[in-house]
Design a protein around this ligand. Structure first.
Ligand SMILES: Cc1cc2nc3c(=O)[nH]c(=O)nc-3n(C[C@H](O)[C@H](O)[C@H](O)COP(=O)(O)O)c2cc1C
Length: 352
């Protein structure tokens, strides 16, 4: 069976498995390294503030770093003011990105008084006007990413999805948790299904806790969603997109990545970071990422600590060599454990 393709408005994607935005992780280097493994339908940048973008803030411009190989790519923007959001979208269209994703937050007033992305859901009329303003500002497909609602008593995602569809969005992504849940509890598949049933024809992209082929199959089957956005599962297993597309085409995801392949990936990721952002940034930002790699590679505490403190490419290369030697001693153990503990933010995050 051929891999199911999917369209977001005018944008034809080669697979329905997308990389969800993970602020601090899904930068150009990680996206590029994942794309090289195959199967990725669409990647999204970390969220960027529309106003900061229009002021060309240095940090925002760094988040927007991309290159011709980094396609198709969506840029996720947030902000409560329609005119800035529309202007930012226009700028991004000229910049050459593939689509615009609007980040939507929580729907309860007392939590959102401070404004920002989450304030949008408190004012349904204003929010729909904002989304419409962005849609009308560009020819690119515009999508919206949201949670199910504030809590189990306020599941507003179906309402918003329907309104956004009327406003012209090309798809909505739904993280199947409420904002009150943060990252705890279980993903509510019925909640995502309610969004699928609420819209007329736009694709709904299911999101949350998809880490294995079985999770993906379950999410697709029980919600009827058209595509999947995968975040943390891709950090743990960057081969996931290739495995999903192979599974979809043949019924067999193929073998899991070996320890050695994972080491090569880590090496590639780091060296791409050096190329894209320079040695100092690569070393500093790798501290956070090293933690994820070590959870899987398990090179031992000492190596992990040194990897998290690297200050030069030379030191990094030396540690990679050390890990290679450690792996060589694991005779008959080519593959890491499937189950790895995931670290997540401890509560809801204001702009997600
Ligand atoms: C470290 C981290 C950073 C995130 N950054 C963003 C972000 O910038 N924008 C957003 O919409 N969601 C963000 N999210 C939420 C994810 O995109 C996703 O909705 C959530 O992690 C559930 O999917 P998963 O289980 O596949 O990771 C982030 C999540 C994590 C753990």
């Amino acid at each position: 069976m051929p891999v199911q393709q999917i369209r977001l408005g005018s944008l034809q994607l080669s697979s329905r498995y997308f990389l969800a935005p993970l602020a601090g992780y899904t930068n150009l280097s990680f996206r590029t390294a994942v794309r090289e493994l195959g199967g990725l339908g669409l990647a999204t940048t970390d969220l960027v503030n529309a106003r900061a973008l229009l002021q060309f803030s240095r940090k925002t411009m760094e988040l927007l770093q991309t290159c011709p190989e980094d396609r198709p790519v969506a840029v996720q923007i947030y902000g409560a003011e329609a005119e800035y959001m529309a202007e930012a979208a226009r700028w991004l269209e000229n910049y050459g990105v593939s689509s615009i994703d609007i980040n939507m937050g929580c729907p309860v007033h007392k939590v959102t008084r401070g404004g920002g992305g989450s304030a949008m859901m408190c004012d349904a009329g204003g929010t729909v006007r904002l989304v419409r303003a962005v849609v009308e500002a560009v020819r690119l497909p515009v999508t919206v990413k949201m949670r199910l609602g504030w809590d189990d008593d306020n599941l507003s995602a179906p309402f918003f999805a329907r309104e956004f569809e009327q406003a012209g969005v090309a798809a909505v992504t739904v993280h199947g948790r409420t904002r009150a849940q943060g990252f705890g509890g279980r993903v509510n598949h019925d909640g995502i299904r309610a969004v699928v049933e609420a819209v007329e024809h736009i694709p709904v992209i299911g999101n949350g806790d998809v880490r294995s082929i079985a999770d993906a199959e379950h999410m697709l089957r029980t919600t009827g969603c058209a595509a999947l956005a995968i975040g943390r599962g891709a950090l743990l297993n960057p081969w996931f997109f290739a495995q999903l597309t192979r599974w979809e085409a043949t019924g067999d995801p193929g073998p899991p990545a070996t320890y050695l392949q994972r080491l090569h990936f880590m090496n590639r990721h780091f060296h791409l970071l050096v190329g894209h952002r320079g040695e100092r940034f690569a070393c500093l930002s790798f501290r956070k990422v090293a933690n994820w790699y070590c959870r899987v590679l398990k090179p031992g505490r000492d190596v992990q600590q040194r990897l998290m403190m690297i200050e030069s490419v030379e030191v990094f290369d030396g540690i990679v060599e050390e890990i290679r030697q450690i792996l060589a001693t694991r005779v008959g153990q080519d593959w890491p454990d499937a189950e790895v503990n995931l670290r997540v933010p401890s509560g809801p995050v204001e702009h997600w």
